[in-house]
Design a protein around this ligand. Structure first.
Ligand SMILES: C[S@@+](CC[C@H](N)C(=O)[O-])C[C@H]1O[C@@H](n2cnc3c(N)ncnc32)[C@H](O)[C@@H]1O
Length: 225
C-alpha cells in the first residue's frame, strides 16, 4: 500500500513511540495501517463516523494485515470523533485528525480537550483549509507546538501541525518553522494565501484585514531574501 504524499509526510512526522495512536476520520485507514505496519504504537485505533466505511475497513484489516502484524493490536471504532474517550492511564497517546475542514478539526479538538481536562493531550492535525482558524483555536486552548510542516498535494496546500498540551513552544497563527521562503513551494503558498484573504477582505472586512497583515509581514521578510 503506497501512501499519498500528504499522508506519507504525516507518517514521517510520527517519530516517537506511542501506546495508542488514534487515526481519526480514517476513511480508507491507509495512514493508520502504515503506522500499525511499522509498529509506531502498541495499539492503533481507526475512527470514522460512517458505518459502511468502518465495516469494510474492519474486514480488510482482518483479511490483509494479520500475516505481518503479529503482536500488534488494532481496533476499528464507528463513532463521532468529538465523542472520543481515551482509555484511563494508558500511557502516551497521539490523536491524528486529517482530511477534514479546519473548523471541524477545531470542534473535535475542543470537544476532546473538554472531555479530558486533566490529561496531557497530543494531536497531529492536517486540515483541509482554515489553517488560521485552527491555529487560533489551538492557541486559545493553550496548546504548544511540537512540529509543523507544509505539503502540497494535487495542487492544494496542507499544513501539518503537531501540538501538545505539555509543550511551552508558542504556536504562531500563520505558522513559523514550517516556512522556508527560499523554496518556490512556500512562496506560492504565501501568495495564494494573501490573495485569498484579499478577496475575503473585500467581502468580510476587518477580521480578514487583520489576518492579512500577519501574512503580509511574512511576505516582506520573503522579499528581503
Ligand atoms: C476525506 S476523509 C479523510 C481520510 C484521511 N484521514 C485523509 O486525510 O486522507 C474524511 C473522513 O472523515 C470522516 N468524518 C467526518 N466527520 C467525522 C466525525 N465527526 N467523526 C468521525 N469521522 C468523521 C468521513 O466519514 C470521512 O471518511
Amino acid at each position: 500500500m503506497k501512501l499519498s504524499h500528504r499522508l506519507e509526510q504525516i507518517n514521517q512526522m510520527v517519530t516517537d513511540q506511542y501506546d495508542h495512536i488514534w487515526d481519526c476520520c480514517c476513511d480508507h485507514g491507509f495512514l493508520g495501517a502504515a503506522l500499525l505496519q511499522r509498529g509506531a504504537a502498541d495499539k492503533v485505533h481507526f475512527v470514522d463516523v460512517v458505518p459502511s466505511l468502518t465495516e469494510v475497513l474492519e474486514v480488510q484489516l482482518a483479511r490483509f494485515l494479520p500475516d505481518f502484524l503479529k503482536g500488534y493490536d488494532w481496533q476499528v471504532h464507528c463513532m463521532d470523533v468529538s465523542t472520543l474517550r481515551l482509555p484511563e492511564s494508558s500511557g502516551r497517546q497521539l490523536i491524528i485528525i486529517a482530511g477534514v475542514g479546519g473548523d471541524l478539526t477545531l470542534e473535535m479538538v475542543q470537544a476532546i480537550t473538554r472531555t479530558h481536562p486533566d490529561r496531557e493531550l497530543e494531536f497531529m492535525l492536517c486540515p483541509v483549509r482554515q489553517h488560521y482558524l485552527l491555529r487560533q483555536g489551538l492557541i486559545e486552548l493553550e496548546y504548544g507546538l511540537l512540529d509543523e510542516s507544509l505539503v502540497r498535494e494535487n495542487r492544494r496546500f496542507y499544513e501539518i501541525i503537531h501540538v501538545s498540551s505539555d509543550s511551552d513552544c508558542v504556536i504562531s497563527p500563520i505558522g513559523d518553522r514550517m516556512w522556508d521562503l527560499s523554496r518556490d513551494l512556500d512562496r506560492e503558498y504565501l501568495s495564494r494565501t494573501i490573495a485569498h484573504y484579499e478577496r475575503m477582505g473585500r467581502n468580510a472586512g476587518q477580521e480578514a484585514e487583520q489576518i492579512l497583515a500577519h501574512y503580509r509581514k511574512l511576505q516582506v521578510s520573503a522579499e528581503k531574501l
